[in-house]
Design a protein around this ligand. Sequence first.
Ligand SMILES: O=C(O)CCC(=O)C(=O)O
Ligand SMILES: [Mn+2]
Length: 199
Amino acid sequence: MMQSQLFQPFSSNLLPFGGEAILYPELFSKPESDELYTQLQQQTAWTQEPIKIFGKLVMQPRLTACYGEKAVAYSGIIMQIHPWTALLLDVKQRVEQIAGVAFNSVLLNYYRDGNDSMGWHRDNERELGLQPVIASVSFGAPRIFKLRTYKEHDHAISVPLPHGSLLLMQGDSQHIWEHSLPKSKIQEGRINLTFRQIS
Ligand SMILES: O=C(O)CCC(=O)C(=O)O
Ligand SMILES: [Mn+2]
């Protein structure tokens, strides 16, 4: 199923300053993406977990799972970790060819419909390092991904993340910018994988 592509049709930095967010709209072909969406939806150990917001436990508005060698930790929780699957290792390999770095963990998010979302945050946990490379792969319904400058909010960018796309965030992006996935009117599901290097 996994065939390596010979070239990337198009990529560009979405950020005017303060790091890079590079979109590869078609890392995976449509047939590959369709199959990956179905398999990930069916085979992932999805759970709905609470996080701490201002000291209070609140259910996250989406399903999540963590696979790999190091558990993802954020907002006061450390995720349960599952061993790599062959499917995830295939996706990881494709992503690493573009990113040029090795990842040891992936956080999967399943937005069941437009009511599921992710709030404003930065992926700036200490164990991600000073200039983390975050490789974000999307399958399923396109959703708008938002970036805005942290604190000032004086620059904002909205980008639809297509089925089979890769968004590579690196450099100072997690210091200068925060990001979110707002609610939308869409009925269809979306699966997002963020590959990370965790120390
Ligand atoms: O679903 C997305 O595109 C964003 C996911 C994200 O920001 C994260 O997992 O940290
Ligand atoms: Mn994030």
